[in-house]
Design a protein around this ligand. Structure first.
Ligand code: AMP
Ligand code: MN
Ligand code: MN
Length: 330
């Protein structure tokens, strides 16, 4: 039932639009790139049917490994062109500020559509389709498309989105539905192992060096319930590491035995850090991220905080401790 309503509402927006923009969140991840390129390719394929004039896709610069996906070279990395869109489609964005520079197109668009799966989503658009129990936005997009319109290339994009947000089907957001959808995507002839290896597991020498360094420098606190590591800009420069080289470090921290919450922080500006948190189930890290102006999911969330890593940790720890002690509901 929900699918039919969502599809009708969304199709209505598309057929009423002449110019369409698609955008994902800042520092795009696999789900963001996967869902955007999938919907972009689908719209292009069906341009005559829907009768719109053009569709543009905005994505901030992303890691090269995603270039394996079709249409990634058609993404605009900056928002300098002045354009007013009839329809702006936001994908994988929990809140409007996560759109980054593309917010200008959101603000001037005649109609806005928000397709997402974050529990913290603020329903910021005219039409909101937020499915919090979906593994990924790519999974949500799959449910919106006619299966016969899903080409091998669209399937590859959606598959990459799903494997990235589920950590290759290992996170608790992986449901029976997720696996069924993955199966259907595989039936489209995608190269599943190549997509998994090349976009998820493959690491450059620099990425491995930085990962190793961050693991070596990690600390256990709160009787080993929290593991934390941070990297400042100077160290990143030393390794010539970009922020996109830091993906996956927090996930490696999380698998440390006995740990309930993993925290990884990297410096974005002087004394400003991007915080990534992962939980093994007992702690709702989205709640903590929202408290500090960010958002995410129960077991994976993030925010930006100011100060030195030790100060930031001092601010975060009581929230985690309160949930672990049962003083605050997760
Ligand atoms: P990350 O730690 O950046 O990999 O993010 C984990 C999850 O939280 C992802 O689903 C992100 O989209 C979300 N997230 C990260 N940072 C923020 C933020 N500042 N605001 C809202 N959601 C966020
Ligand atoms: Mn994302
Ligand atoms: Mn996502």
């Amino acid at each position: 039932m929900r699918r039919v309503i969502a599809v009708e509402k969304i199709v209505e927006q598309i057929i009423n639009a002449r110019k369409i923009a698609i955008a994902g969140h800042i520092r795009p991840d696999g789900d963001c790139i996967g869902s955007c390129t999938a919907l972009y390719q689908y719209l292009k394929r069906n341009q005559n049917r829907f009768g719109f004039e053009k569709v543009d896709m905005y994505l901030e610069p992303f890691s090269n490994e995603f270039r394996i996906l079709n249409a990634t070279d058609e993404a605009s990395h900056n928002c300098q062109v002045d354009e007013i869109y009839d329809l702006f489609i936001s994908l994988d964005c929990a809140s409007v500020d996560r759109l980054g520079n593309a917010i200008k197109y959101f603000n001037s668009a005649r109609k806005t559509l928000n397709i997402d799966h974050h529990i913290s989503n603020t329903n910021f658009a005219d039409v909101n389709h937020v499915v919090a129990d979906a593994s990924s936005t790519s999974e949500v997009v799959f449910t919106l498309l006619e299966e016969e319109e899903i080409t091998k290339e669209i399937a590859s994009s959606l598959y990459v989105g799903i494997i990235h947000d589920t950590g290759v089907f290992k996170h608790s957001n992986t449901t029976e539905k997720t696996m069924n959808i993955a199966g259907k995507l595989i039936s489209k002839g995608i190269d599943s192992s190549r997509l998994i290896n090349d976009t998820f597991y493959a690491k450059t020498y620099i990425q491995n060096q930085v990962l190793g360094r961050c693991l070596m420098e990690s600390d256990l606190i709160l009787d080993g319930k929290i593991i934390v590591s941070s990297i400042n800009r100077k160290t990143m420069e030393l390794y010539q590491a970009a922020t996109t080289d830091l993906e996956g470090i927090v996930d490696q921290l999380r698998v440390t035995k006995g740990v309930e919450v993993a925290i990884f922080m990297y410096e974005t500006n002087e004394n400003e850090f991007k915080i990534s948190m992962r939980s093994n189930g007992k702690v709702n890290v989205s709640k903590i991220a929202i408290h500090f102006g960010g958002g995410g999911h129960v077991q994976a969330a993030g925010c930006t905080m100011n100060g030195l890593p030790t100060d930031i940790l001092n601010n975060l720890t009581p929230h985690i401790e309160a949930q672990l002690n049962g003083n605050v509901k997760p």
